[in-house]
Design a protein around this ligand. Structure first.
Ligand SMILES: [Zn+2]
Length: 292
């Protein structure tokens, strides 16, 4: 999709601002979904978590309000978390990047929803060390519906895709089978890893939400994405722990073993990377194998 020409630039800017606004809603999801007594839809107006004052429209403009308010609540002066503009900006950039890849198609909306759900998961998990089922389960179900509505060869890989179509399979069924296979590959690989750790150390090494999260990723990106994403997320996770230790935030002696790091954000980072570059990497790898 090209952004050249006045129309392209205007439409790109429109998609970016749409992304910023959706990011505003994502902030509501990130704050309210994991907290008891709050729902995403009620109360309707946003409020300051510190003084509970309801916000007026001019305090709700994505990114701009944060800058104008200098990162503090208008009423009580409490600092506003940098997460708010960060989520909004990230959502804008993701929307624009996906639009650049898919144009204004159904696939654009589907992958945009997927990217938004992942973003919410990453920020909730990094803050509260929990991945809400309320976010994961509907997203998995939607992914299966999408696989049927928009048959997608990425879910099986072109080799398996061609083979099954030649055998007379319906493309929608092949696509759905790919999504289901992706779910089980993702879910079972982390579930098995977590079970082994539990048997070995007699305590939980992974959060209960991590296997379903990787299952969800498999539903949207296919079984071939699972092992590269596991590898990449482990590398990013390890690097970030090393950097945290190097920055001097070393836990007290003897407490290294109890240091808890949420794995969800690393899985999300790796999955977003794979969403944009996965196919190119697989094609590059296949070209090497074919030449050899
Ligand atoms: Zn306040």
């Amino acid at each position: 999709m090209s952004f050249s020409g006045a129309a392209g630039v205007i439409f790109g800017a429109f998609v970016f601002f749409l992304g910023l606004s959706v990011g505003s809603f994502l902030n509501v999801v990130v704050y309210r979904l994991p907290r008891e007594g709050l729902s995403v839809w009620r109360p309707r107006r946003s409020f300051c978590p510190a003084c509970q004052n309801q916000l007026v429209w001019r305090d709700n403009i994505p990114c701009l309000s944060y800058i104008l308010l200098k990162g503090r609540c208008r009423y009580c002066g409490a600092p506003i978390s940098a997460r708010y503009p960060l989520v909004e900006l990230l959502s804008g950039v993701l929307a624009l990047s996906l639009y650049g890849v898919y144009g204004f198609t159904l696939q654009f909306f589907f992958y945009w929803y997927f990217a938004c759900a992942l973003t919410a998961v990453a920020f909730i998990d990094s803050e509260l060390m929990v991945i809400p089922d309320l976010l994961i389960l509907p997203t998995i179900l939607l992914g299966l519906v999408i696989a049927v509505l928009c048959p997608n060869p990425i879910l099986t890989g072109s080799f398996l895709w061609d083979k099954l179509l030649l055998k007379g399979w319906n493309p929608r069924l092949v696509s759905l089978s790919g999504a289901v296979l992706g779910f089980f590959c993702g879910f079972l690989s982390l579930f098995a890893a977590s079970l082994c750790y539990k048997l070995w150390r007699r305590k939980d090494g992974l959060g209960a939400g991590d296997p379903p999260l990787l299952g969800l990723i498999g539903v949207y990106l296919g079984w071939r994405s699972i092992f590269p994403i596991l590898f990449l997320s482990s590398v990013i996770g390890l690097l970030s722990v090393i950097l945290t230790l190097a920055a001097g935030r070393i836990p007290a002696r003897g407490r290294m073993g109890s240091m808890r790091v949420p794995f969800g954000p690393f899985l999300v980072l790796a999955a977003l990377f794979w969403l944009f570059y996965g196919e190119a990497i697989i094609n590059w790898y296949l070209s090497l194998v074919t030449v050899a």
